[in-house]
Write a protein that binds this ligand. Structure first.
Ligand SMILES: [Zn+2]
Length: 110
């Protein structure tokens, strides 16, 4: 379960940025193609934050849908996998615009 090590990284990052103050809430952005399972992050959040500045903090997860840009017809469309074709013209050369996000968007400190 690599979400555990991801969450540990998030905690470290938040502690570095909180200036030593307790963290009340953290907002993460998780892309649909990031390979990270939001439920698994939520599941290990409490255990990972125990004893840290994030203990008791609220975890918000924003899911970012994956979108691909078609250079053939100039349309940006929602996709489900890396191998989706353009829903408009069928081209296979979509450029991924969003969907791989795995980042801390916001941090609320006391
Ligand atoms: Zn197209």
């Amino acid at each position: 379960m690599h979400e555990l090590s991801i969450m540990q990284g998030v905690v470290e990052l938040c502690e570095q940025h909180s200036g030593g103050r307790p963290v009340l809430a953290v907002t993460l952005q998780i892309g649909a193609l990031s390979g990270v399972v939001p439920e698994a992050l939520e599941f290990c959040f409490e255990a990972v934050t125990k004893g840290s500045l994030l203990e008791g903090a609220r975890l918000e997860i924003e899911r970012i849908e994956a979108t691909g840009y078609c250079s053939e017809c100039g349309i940006l469309s929602r996709i489900d996998t890396y191998f989706d074709s353009c829903p408009s013209c069928g081209a296979l050369s979509l450029t991924l615009r969003t969907g791989e996000e795995m980042r801390v968007k916001d941090l609320e400190v006391e």
